[in-house]
Design a protein. Structure first.
Length: 250
């Protein structure tokens, strides 16, 4: 079983989605897709004249912005992706972390910073996913989740949602599909990185922006998932950057 996270940079482009559908069929095993949508969220927030701030690659989200985030992620993007996968012959079913309380959260407060309606997943109702997979369906999950206290929707980084789902499912592989072929250092894909090497490169400023939560989510997955990769569609089978523990490297 695999869990695959697809980002939002090209998820609005039909050619990209066609390539993704074709590549996905080659995996020929059960799995779950988790999607982001940062580019379209930013555009929709701009149209609504709502300001936002990025903190370590995570979007601070107030209540007004949360309405837009949910509309874009759980509405526009989730249904577009689900529709196109079904059209390609893949039995996809679109859901969000709100549905059946699939993903429950508490407020995410990095270094005591208030990010508004940004959540940290503390529980996954894994039986929901098992039920869908037992029907040979392909769950397509929007990371919009639900706060376990006030039951209002929360914005969850899609990388973190993919990690939580992969850990709960005890997936064989967690794959992060990016618009780059892997982690790039000095313009070249690094086939393998350890956790220690990643933290060093972050400190040096060579791993930056949205790649930071991606590689940290990959590191966090190593305790629960056998294999973690960051790649693009062309490398879906076996390309990209594999993230390993320092002990494994040793």
């Amino acid at each position: 079983m695999f869990v695959l996270k697809i980002g939002g940079n090209e998820i609005d482009q039909p050619a990209f989605l066609d390539s993704f559908s074709r590549a996905l069929r080659t995996l020929n095993r059960p799995g779950v897709i988790v999607h982001g949508g940062g580019k379209e969220i930013a555009a929709a927030l701009g149209q609504a004249k709502l300001q936002f701030e990025m903190v370590d690659g995570i979007r601070a989200t107030d209540r007004e912005a949360m309405v837009v985030v949910e509309q874009v992620l759980s509405g526009t993007i989730n249904k577009r992706l689900t529709r196109l996968l079904n059209a390609a012959g893949l039995p996809a079913i679109g859901i969000s972390g709100v549905d059946l309380d699939l993903l429950r959260t508490v407020p995410l407060r990095p270094q005591e910073r208030d990010l508004g309606r940004v959540g940290e997943i503390v529980a996954v109702r894994v039986e929901v996913l098992h039920s869908l997979l037992a029907q040979n369906w392909l769950p397509v999950v929007s990371p919009v989740s639900v706060d376990q206290t006030d039951h209002a929707p929360t914005n969850v980084n899609a990388d973190h949602a993919a990690l939580a789902i992969a850990a709960a499912l005890q997936a064989d592989e967690l794959i992060f599909i990016s618009n780059v072929p892997g982690v790039l250092l000095k313009g070249a894909v690094v086939p393998q990185l350890t956790a220690g090497e990643i933290e060093h490169e972050i400190a040096q400023g060579t791993i930056v922006g949205g790649m930071i939560p991606k590689v940290r989510a990959a590191m966090g997955a190593l305790a629960s998932v056998r294999s973690v990769r960051i790649t693009n569609i062309a490398g879906l089978q076996d390309g990209g950057t594999r993230i390993t523990s320092d002990q494994e490297q040793a």
